[in-house]
Design a binder for this molecule. Structure first.
Ligand code: FAD
Length: 387
């Protein structure tokens, strides 16, 4: 069958095609989920995407992807967010796949890309450790080369989807006594390997999407190394710019504003009037965020690499989402502290305020915490002296 060249469509035609597909195919009950969905919940939807040939928008066509340009990828992502299409546990598709295609050997690509695309291999990202989050290069989990395998000892923390994952891509220390960034390698590991223990962590919202992962003399094949030995740091860093752009999309804040409007409507005119000033300011901030995002998105469309200034977008978008969630709680009054969809008054609609508040916490932490982004802004953009 002739494959469609999606990039040959105009942006408008492509957007319309994607929008129609999501509107007709995505299950209604999964739209705008209040928590990250587990693999069991989204497996069927992933199957629909796979059969359509849309499971991997950024992968090249020869590996079964859509081969989209960055501009078309953005449209795809924007339409997902607009319709509330839930994220699948997609680290294999979004993070590992592009890295394997760029840095992996041909045997590694052949071994891992097809089952990852089919959804047979689910990946988790093993970077953070106790004591090595913001200062990731301080990681201590060690991988010692012993003949045809690495022997791994140590632990990872905050590993999203570790309980669902069949495999992990990880950073491990393969050399000591050198600059800390220079002794790190990028390794692949089968989560069923003897010596791996996964202990789920329950978050404030009650879900257990992330976990601690312990390695006790775990063996992984020596040729499951991506790129050169001790080059893992630069491989892992190469994805950061695009990740910050996607976290900086205005969709989170727009969803927050929509929820705030719902709460204001439920509280009625007299109470809403008291907040008019603060709501107007937030509304203007959301419009400003959309313009700022468009500036970076346009740079991606022109094929430019994102610079340190994308940190401004990440901080602005995630702080704004939190401010919207906090005002929603305040306006909701006592109903703001109740878990789940709550009715504010008889005959009123049900609004879930608290989950918005919970969902607004993590984005200021992941993708590089906002304090770290502010350090980057101070150093690289404002040239301020470092303490
Ligand atoms: C929802 C969620 C999912 C995640 N999923 C994954 C995953 O799948 N895989 C993975 O590897 N990791 C994951 N993480 C971990 C995430 O990358 C780390 O939480 C993040 O890098 C911060 O590290 P930390 O938690 O160790 O905090 P720390 O680095 O200990 O920081 C604690 C606080 O100190 C501040 N701080 C630290 N250093 C400085 C400094 N130099 N200047 C100013 N302030 C500073 C930080 O901003 C933060 O507020 C996830 C996190 C979250 C919230």
């Amino acid at each position: 069958m002739q494959k469609t060249d999606w990039n040959s469509l105009s942006d408008e035609a492509f957007r319309a095609e994607v929008r129609t597909f999501f509107e007709t195919e995505f299950p209604e009950y999964l739209r705008f989920p209040a928590h990250h969905l587990r693999w069991a919940e989204v497996k069927d939807w992933y199957g629909t995407l796979f059969r359509k040939g849309w499971a991997a928008p950024a992968w090249p066509v020869e590996w079964g992807g859509m081969g989209l340009t960055p501009a078309k990828q953005l449209i795809f992502m924007e339409e997902q967010e607009r319709h509330g299409v839930a994220r699948t546990p997609d680290m294999g598709i979004v993070m590992l796949g592009p890295l394997l295609i760029q840095y992996g050997s041909m045997p590694l690509r052949q071994l891992f890309l097809p089952p990852t695309l089919r959804g047979d291999f689910i990946w988790c990202q093993g970077y953070s450790e106790p004591g090595a989050g913001s200062d990731l290069a301080a990681l201590r989990t060690e991988a010692i080369l012993e003949g045809d395998h690495y022997r791994i000892n140590g632990s990872k923390i905050w590993t999203s989807y570790a309980t669902d994952a069949t495999h992990m891509f990880m950073l491990a220390r393969t050399e000591k006594g050198v600059k800390k960034q220079d002794g790190i390698s990028f390794l692949l590991v089968d989560m069923k390997s003897p010596g791996i223990t996964v202990r789920p962590i329950r978050n404030i919202g009650g879900s257990t999407t992330f976990a601690e992962v312990f390695f006790d003399d775990v063996r992984t094949p020596a040729d499951w190394l991506v790129g050169e030995r001790n080059q893992g740091w630069s491989i892992a860093k190469s994805l950061l710019g695009f990740e910050r752009l996607s976290i900086g999309s205005p969709r989170l804040a727009q969803a927050g504003l929509k929820r705030l409007d719902d709460v204001l409507a439920e509280r009625g005119g007299a109470i809403s009037a008291q907040y008019a000033d603060r709501v107007a300011r937030l509304r203007l901030d959301v419009a400003d965020l959309a313009s700022l995002y468009e500036k970076f998105a346009a740079a991606v469309r022109r094929g430019e690499r994102l610079g340190a200034d994308v940190s401004v977008l990440k901080v602005f978008a995630t702080d704004l989402f939190q401010r919207l969630s906090e005002l929603s709680i305040e306006v909701a009054g006592s109903a703001g502290g109740i878990t789940g969809r709550t009715q504010f008054r008889e005959e009123g609609s049900r609004v879930d305020v608290l989950s918005l508040f919970y969902n607004a916490r993590p984005p200021t932490i992941y993708g590089g915490s906002n304090e770290i982004q502010r350090n980057i802004i101070a150093k690289s953009l404002l040239n301020l002296p470092m303490g």
